[in-house]
Each structure stands twice: as structure tokens, then as C-alpha cells.
Design a protein around this ligand. Structure first.
Ligand SMILES: N[C@@H](CCC(=O)N[C@@H](CS)C(=O)NCC(=O)O)C(=O)O
Length: 227
């Protein structure tokens, strides 16, 4: 299998299926296409019909959209337990994963992923604060209902696709120094310590396209204005 991804510093959607596949020990090759280059769309469109990453190619099968890629590998490798085994937990996990996929626009717009950066805390607009409150409620509920009896620290105990969907949310809260309750903080620390996350972060740090701090701030302003 071959996964097409964008820059590890910026491409939050690429990180989601990448980390699920890596955390679950699923073998794949990756090709990284730097975003925001003159030929980016043209190069991605050679593989992905939307011109966006991530995109998974498995022989004759092409799967685009991060969540569809997770579903594809979940079907292909049922033994990897990409979604929780328990039906109630699985329904909850799919709900929070799709809530993330289609939501939290205020947080995504205000705090774009720049995984290698750390900014001082600043007051957040009300709509961003509301997104953070909802995310913390999701994490607390999942941990209390489905994760607490497990020795593992993720939303449903072991790492699942739902965690994969929230990894770039964790990194945003970390990058922008956004405070959360102790349960959410412990969850964030577990995600940030995961070996697959550390591997992605090392790749991001090594990327040659990373912008300097002042250029990053300009990029963030640009993304906030555009989105
Ligand atoms: N809904 C898509 C979103 C994919 C997306 O927006 N990817 C961004 C990178 S994170 C992209 O490819 N942008 C194209 C570009 O910047 O040229 C998914 O879940 O995979």
C-alpha cells in the first residue's frame, strides 16, 4: 500500500490515517508531496481525484478522504482493531470521529496545524473556546465510559481510528498552549508520547520546507483570513 501525504509540519489530514496505520503496525510506503508549491495540485491529482492528500493506493484501489482510508484499512485488517471491538464503544468512536471530520471549524481556522511550533497562550475567541469545551467533553466522556478500565491511555483504551482523528487536535492545543482539564491533558500527553507520533514529529522537524517563525505567523494569519 502506498500513502500519499503532505508536509508533516502542516498536513493534519495526512497525519490522521498515517498515524493509525503506523500505530497499528500496518506496512505501507509513503510519498510526501510538499503543499503550497506551484505544481502541488497537479502532482497530487496524478493520484488523488480531489487534488488533496491523504490518498491511499492499494493496487487497483484508490481511496481518498482520511476517514475513508481508515475504514478501508479497518476492513482489510480486522485483526488490527482499528475501531473498538465493543459495538457501543464503536458507535461512539465513529460518532466522535465524524464529528471531528466535519466540525470544529473555528478551532481549525484559528489554530492551523504547525506541529513544530509552540506559541504563548492568548485569549481565544468565543467560538474557538466553545470548540475546545466540546472536544474536552468528548475526551472526558470517552475516557470515563470506555477507556477507564483499560491499562492503555487512549479514548477507548487502545489506540483507535478515533484517536487518529483527534491527534491533530491534540497538537493544535499543544502548539497554541490552550489549557484543558486534567483528564484531557493526560490524554494529550499520552498521544504526544506515542512512538508513532514521535516518528511523525521527527519527520516534520527534518522537513526542508519548514518556514521560519515570522513566516509561520504570516502563514497562520493568511490561513485565518482565507478559511
Ligand atoms: N476532507 C479531506 C481533507 C483533505 C485536505 O484538505 N488536505 C489538504 C492538506 S491537509 C490538501 O491536500 N490541500 C491541498 C493543497 O493545499 O494544495 C480528508 O479528510 O482527507
Amino acid at each position: 500500500m502506498h500513502l500519499l501525504i503532505g508536509n508533516k509540519v502542516y498536513s493534519s489530514w495526512s497525519l490522521r490515517p498515517w498515524i493509525v496505520m503506523r500505530a497499528k503496525g500496518i506496512a505501507f510506503d509513503e510519498t510526501l508531496l510538499p503543499l503550497r508549491m506551484p505544481d502541488t495540485t497537479e502532482r497530487i491529482k496524478q493520484h488523488s481525484p480531489t487534488g488533496k492528500v491523504p490518498c491511499l493506493v492499494d493496487g487497483d484501489v484508490t481511496v481518498w478522504e482520511s476517514l475513508a482510508i481508515m475504514e478501508y484499512v479497518a476492513e482489510k485488517f480486522p485483526e488490527k482493531v482499528i475501531w473498538p471491538r465493543d459495538a457501543v464503544a464503536r458507535a461512539h468512536a465513529r460518532s466522535v470521529a465524524t464529528e471531528m471530520h466535519s466540525g470544529f471549524m473555528a478551532l481549525r481556522k484559528h489554530c492551523p496545524m504547525v506541529i513544530t511550533q509552540r506559541f504563548a497562550a492568548k485569549p481565544l475567541p468565543d467560538d474557538v473556546q466553545a470548540d475546545v469545551a466540546r472536544i474536552a467533553a468528548i475526551w472526558n466522556e470517552a475516557r470515563a465510559r470506555f477507556g477507564k478500565d483499560s491499562r492503555e491511555p487512549f479514548l477507548y483504551g487502545g489506540f483507535t481510528a478515533a484517536d487518529g482523528m483527534y491527534v491533530p487536535v491534540v497538537t493544535r492545543l499543544q502548539t497554541y498552549s490552550i489549557s484543558v482539564d486534567p483528564v484531557s491533558r493526560a490524554y494529550m500527553d499520552a498521544v504526544l508520547a506515542h512512538p508513532a507520533y514521535r516518528e511523525w514529529l521527527d519527520g516534520a522537524i527534518a522537513e526542508p520546507w519548514t518556514l521560519a517563525q515570522n513566516e509561520t505567523e504570516t502563514l497562520i494569519e493568511d490561513l485565518r483570513a482565507k478559511n
